[in-house]
Design a protein around this ligand. Sequence first.
Ligand SMILES: NC(=O)c1ccc[n+]([C@@H]2O[C@H](COP(=O)([O-])OP(=O)(O)OC[C@H]3O[C@@H](n4cnc5c(N)ncnc54)[C@H](O)[C@@H]3O)[C@@H](O)[C@H]2O)c1
Length: 333
Amino acid sequence: MNIFITGVAGFLGSHLADYCLERGHKVSGCDNLMGGYLDNVNSKVTFYNYECNDLNSMIKIMKNIDIIYHCAASAHEGLSSFSPYSISKNTVDASVSVFTAGISNKVKKIIFCSSMARYGDQNLPYTEDMNPKPVDSYGIGKVAAEQYLINLCKTHGVDFTIAVPHNIIGPRQKYDDPYRNVVSIMINLMLQKRQPIIYGDGEQKRCFSYVSDCVDTLYQMTVNPKTNSKIYNIGPDEEFVTINKLSELIANKLKFNLNPIYYADRPLEVKNSYCSSAKIKKELKYTTSISLEKGIEKTIEYIKNRGVRDFKYHIDLEIINEKTPITWKEKIF
Ligand SMILES: NC(=O)c1ccc[n+]([C@@H]2O[C@H](COP(=O)([O-])OP(=O)(O)OC[C@H]3O[C@@H](n4cnc5c(N)ncnc54)[C@H](O)[C@@H]3O)[C@@H](O)[C@H]2O)c1
């Protein structure tokens, strides 16, 4: 099959590209390189350094494509309350452009990476049958994109699946982005002998998944027609961990003398947040093959090999006021 991956220089998109290539598919993709790293892109991928928002270019490069994975996004949930325009441009507009280009080129199926932010702050664990109730701009953007996808695909007879990955970790994740990716940020800081920064009391509970486990399930969505018109949470619902505990796990692996720096809560950050995996386990046989500790080890190895980096404030703050985290206002990372 001819598979097109948006955000192919990103963390998830680049792993997905490798997985599809290994299974004999032809892969092309685009990325505007606002995130990700160019060297994440497999040399066998036909790569376009294009903006998803450029509809005419998207229409041109999506000729003869069977499947689209739409992974490109500015997946900055915390930042989205302070840079809502930038985040919505890369979450909503970019998605509508990609869906339009794909459908006008008669693709067979579109698989969209949504986010756990779609659920907001509902009872735990989040299940796919819950109505979306996003509490921030990023979540609102993802839900809007889902609705465009469902509406456009149904109108024009194109198959689709909505994937809801959550808190993925692993090599190739951007670790010099001060706005997201807690595990990679903490490793980058501790390797520089700097203390990690924790928002609030650090007792927020999360559940992390390793990238290869997610990619396998995402791939099944191309080949298993039972996944059509459905939504799936992807990731484990075990090994819950607080942000405090997470910093300890990383510090232990690095033999780092931990003394985290605490800053005020970020507005709208959901205290405890995790999804049910019951549906994906039952229907797509999802299993966790890499534990959190192993995942952390592999991420450390990647960052060590590549070398620590200074943080780059690559997205401008659009709203600066007393609620804006001081870490971003004063570029503390
Ligand atoms: N990583 C996670 O834990 C996680 C969790 C839930 C959902 N997701 C979703 O999965 C997808 C992939 O996430 P990721 O962690 O790989 O993010 P990532 O930032 O590593 O990759 C996204 C890529 O999209 C590119 N991009 C952004 N806007 C673009 C645009 N307008 N045009 C072209 N390229 C653009 C970026 O440069 C980046 O390389 C995203 O849609 C994200 O919302 C990720």
